[in-house]
Design a protein around this ligand. Structure first.
Ligand code: ADP
Ligand code: MG
Length: 173
């Protein structure tokens, strides 16, 4: 059965870039929990956080995870999806979970080079590199805990896709 593939990792690790390429390679659909959430609420992440706080946003995030889950789908998740144990267990139970792992400084450099690639407000308002070090210090263990496979996301996107496909022993479309 073509179980859903969940991509987890911090902002900038390549969930969208790699996820779209992986979906093409496998002939799967692609979706992004943040996009789904924003469309279903008709608000941006920043607006939801401003109105309902991060806890409100996190509740919609769990809802979105469940709503988008389907077979033959690559699902790019929000960077904070793993914070809730419920989400970690749900992903492990319903599909295969891939952690796109990259150093904080690599992530920061990507986000600084393409500031519009991710429209989320920064969590702390501090410099991106500093924030990334801090965020990963907290989340890396959760990403590792949730993941079935940990992939080095500092390779080219094509190499990352190839490694995911072989680690899951899946056939190309
Ligand atoms: P995420 O969805 O995890 O936040 P994105 O896919 O939006 O990450 O990637 C963030 C930025 O980093 C984009 O500008 C993208 O082009 C770049 N990027 C993503 N993956 C790689 C990679 N493997 N090598 C180099 N740049 C990458
Ligand atoms: Mg993304």
């Amino acid at each position: 059965m073509s179980l859903p593939i969940y991509l987890i990792g911090a902002r900038g690790c390549g969930k969208t870039t790699v996820g779209q390429a992986l979906a093409l390679t496998l002939g799967y659909d692609f979706c992004d929990t943040d996009h789904y959430l924003q469309q279903s609420r008709q608000k941006t992440v920043a607006e939801i956080v401003a109105i309902e706080g991060w806890s409100g946003f996190r509740a919609y995030e769990t809802e979105s995870l469940k709503a988008v889950t389907a077979v033959s789908k690559v699902i790019a998740t929000g960077g904070g999806m793993v914070l809730a144990e419920e989400n970690r267990l749900y992903m492990r139970e319903h599909g295969r979970v891939i952690y796109l792992n990259a150093d904080a400084l690599v992530l920061a450099a990507r986000l600084e080079a393409y500031p519009l690639a991710d429209q989320r407000p920064t969590l702390t308002g501090r410099p991106v590199a500093e924030e990334m070090v801090e965020v990963l210090a907290i989340r890396d263990a959760l990403y590792q805990q949730a993941a079935h496979h940990i992939i080095d996301a500092m390779q080219t996107p094509d190499a990352v896709v190839n490694q995911i496909v072989s680690s899951l022993s899946l056939a190309r479309a």
